[in-house]
Design a protein around this ligand. Sequence first.
Ligand code: PLP
Length: 270
Amino acid sequence: MTPTPKTALTIAGSDSGGGAGLQADLRTFFACGVHGMTAVTAVTVQNSLGVAGFSEIPVDVVTAQITAVAGDMGVNAAKTGMLATVEIIEAVASTLDEVGIGRGTQSHVPLVVDPVAASMHGDALLRQDALEALRTELLPRATLATPNLDEVLLLTGVRVSDGQSQREAAQALLELGPQWVLVKGGHLVNSPRCVDLLSDGTHIVELGGPRYETEHTHGGGDTLASAITAGLAKGLGVPDAVSSGKRFIERSVAEAYPLGAGVGPVSPFW
Ligand code: PLP
């Protein structure tokens, strides 16, 4: 019999095109050797050209998925992605407390919060009134928050343009309550390297890596956050989980492929 692997839960939206969202999370969990579980929050209608619309899952169904798997199978680490509405964010936050996931709970199962607000095409994945709930309900429960630069601007008002403003952004995010923040530099297009900043207020780690020339980066943020979540599920500390997640996303971006008429996904094939 195969020994039971570690488990990781993603609380996220579905991408019908299979490039991002829970589809990216599940295949990343698989590739990283952990058993993936899902609490679906919303179903997007989406292809390589963008998101045509989405429909949220009823709040009680979202929370029931979390309690069903946490009570029976156990969760070694969890991740949130697209949460769509205030109601879903509030209900997920209190359910995480009930099942002991996240900062401040007794068991403190690691929680990665990827504060998804919009697709790379600019399509909203979070209702406008839900940003404050993300700030006040979810970020304080995060072991690690992984915003991209657009999300940093929305959450803190800090526009990151260089290393100095990246540090200011990390500090502003830490004031919202996560234990660690990873301010991703991947969207700083004029920089020849891709430098991410990881900080818990005491330690500051700069993680540099090559910038790959590809337009096909759909699902990159989800893939990085779920690779980090898999590392945490396997018992790595945050800095080691982030380094291994970064190696995973670098390979995935290097092998990204065209699909459809728009933006193709980062690749699970390597
Ligand atoms: N669709 C869903 C369901 C997502 O969760 C995300 C990102 O988290 C996206 C789309 C957007 O991905 P991208 O910004 O790579 O287009």
